[in-house]
Design a protein around this ligand. Structure first.
Ligand code: BTN
Length: 317
């Protein structure tokens, strides 16, 4: 976010009405320039209620991200956390930095947030949590297949811990509450088949509704509707702690521990599902958990099948 936009956004974050003339005076701008910046924030997907005459306000107060506050909640002392105003994508930025093991990046907004399967991820200022973390694994690429599920499980645990008791994971790592998507995970791995490799793990969580969500092509929900309060610094720290512990456990002991926990978080358990490739149904059956490679077990009329993440997407009926 341009510094001028960030300053105004930070001013609105208290959720109160801010008069256009008072903002113009405070920031030494004309009222027209204040209006233009409000439009800039709206173009980033932020909902701002009101006009220069009535005053501007956000639909709700937002806790701004703050490095010290976030670190204050963090238990893992060896993680390096950076908080930024806006980036194209926290995952893309970490990838550019190279091998930054244990480095976490959290942004107030993303201008080119990335989702799975080449899709975008809407990331207006303050409306979600946009976090990426880099981790080096000693196991080779082949052993990392279940990592996607471990990430989803870790995020769902955090959501439950802050009060969203119905948080689950839709295989492989979509975050769901009551059959609606509340967040998603993007796991990008690189390295050698046998040797050490690097994962950039990105998590996006919908915290507050935005106008653009109306155009999404699947059922969605926001954390605000399921948790008593949304403290973004606390949630970011909880996610980083949970991921750091899960990554260390996965590198040491593999997927076994997470596999035991999976049934309690499995949003597809025993449900009838369609298997889609490029949006077209290629099979259907009943979901029956996951195997030790993180593949979805499916019971179909033609017998049991195992599906690897990345090859297909799943739609519950
Ligand atoms: C999905 O498609 O469900 C995955 C969405 C992942 C979005 C997060 S937001 C933080 C990180 N940076 C990105 O550009 N994408 C991920």
């Amino acid at each position: 976010m341009k510094p001028g936009l960030h300053a105004l956004y930070a001013r609105l974050a208290d959720g109160n009405v801010h008069n256009g003339a008072a903002l113009a005076e405070e920031f030494e701008l004309t009222r027209a320039a204040v209006w233009k910046r409000m439009q800039g924030l709206r173009e980033m997907g932020l909902e701002i209620i009101g006009t220069a005459g009535d005053g501007y306000r956000l639909p709700h107060a937002v806790e701004l991200l703050d490095t010290d506050r976030l670190r204050g909640h963090l238990r893992s002392r060896h993680i390096q956390v950076e908080v930024v105003g806006a980036v194209d994508s926290t995952s893309a930025r970490l990838a550019e930095l190279g091998d930054v093991h244990g480095h976490a990046l959290v942004a107030e907004a993303q201008t080119a947030g990335r989702g799975r399967r080449g899709r975008g991820w809407q990331s207006p200022p303050g409306s979600g949590l946009y976090l990426s973390m880099c981790w080096r694994f000693e196991s080779g690429l082949a052993g990392l297949a279940p990592l996607s599920l471990v990430v989803g499980l870790s995020a769902a645990k955090c959501l439950r811990r802050i009060g969203a008791a119905a948080a689950r994971v839709k295989w492989p790592n979509d975050l769901f509450i009551d059959d609606a998507k509340v967040g998603g995970c993007l796991v990008e791995v690189s390295g050698a088949a046998e040797g050490p490799c690097r994962a950039i793990v990105g998590i996006g969580i919908n915290l507050f509704a935005t106008p653009a969500m109306a155009g999404l092509d699947q059922r969605w929900t926001v954390l605000e509707d399921h948790a008593p309060t949304v403290e973004r610094n606390r949630l970011a720290a909880a996610l980083i702690d949970e991921l750091a512990a899960a990554f260390a456990g996965f590198d040491d002991g593999g997927f076994d521990r997470a596999l035991e926990e999976w049934p309690d978080f499995d949003a597809l358990a025993s449900r009838s599902v369609d298997v889609l490739v490029d949006g077209r149904r290629v099979a259907s059956g009943r979901a029956a958990g996951v195997d030790r490679q993180g593949r979805l077990k499916l019971e179909t009329d033609d017998g049991p099948k195992r599906l690897a993440a990345g090859e297909v997407s799943i739609r519950a009926r």
